[in-house]
Design a protein around this ligand. Structure first.
Ligand code: FES
Length: 182
């Protein structure tokens, strides 16, 4: 179990984002994979790096910074960032639960799962807990249709969920155990 440092949303700064030297190397490596003048093709990958680097969400300042790096117009970044639900354009909690609510998952109880998580965390879809720990979102098919109801948190999938498993999952994340297998 790793130690867990929790930064309240109010203390997360979004002004003047600058990639660390290490991240900048990664960003440049991604850009270099595309032909000269086609840096926009790297946009989605760079936005993922930006989200990871700047508190899990994309502020206007962050999107402007990405536009500057890719030498494209800010509006081109806003369009992509707001189109894909996987990107957060509002501050989010340390852990973002994205519950699939597409047909196959809905048939096995995704709506009830969403209600259960919302009631347990005392938030609605799209909201973040007061302690800044969890955000609840819904998502379209996450490609695990035979394993529903399910949710994604970061890079992990949690499948065949029920209230008991959700309780365990939330307790684990609260204590910083993000490796829990459910
Ligand atoms: S329908 Fe939920 S993962 Fe595909």
């Amino acid at each position: 179990m790793g130690s867990h440092v929790h930064t309240p949303i109010s203390e997360r700064h979004s002004e003047k984002p600058v990639f660390s030297a290490e991240k900048m190397v990664e960003v440049q490596r991604v850009i270099n994979e595309y032909p000269e003048g086609k840096s926009k093709s790297a946009l989605i990958r760079i936005l993922h790096i930006a989200e990871e680097s700047f508190g899990g969400w994309l502020s206007i300042e962050t999107m402007d910074y990405v536009a500057e790096i890719l030498k494209i117009e800010p509006i081109e970044v806003y369009e992509v960032a707001t189109f894909y639900t996987m990107f957060n354009v509002q501050p989010v909690g340390n852990y973002v639960f994205e519950v699939c609510r597409t047909g196959p998952c809905m048939l096995v109880g995704s709506d009830q799962l969403i209600d259960y998580i919302g009631n347990k965390l005392d938030i609605k879809v799209g909201e973040t807990t007061k302690d800044g720990m969890f955000t609840l979102k819904t998502a379209e098919c996450l490609g695990a249709c035979g394993y529903g109801p399910m949710l994604q948190c970061g890079k992990k999938y949690h499948e065949h969920l029920n209230p008991e498993k959700v309780d365990k999952l939330i307790d684990a994340y609260r204590s910083g155990n993000t490796n829990i297998e459910i």
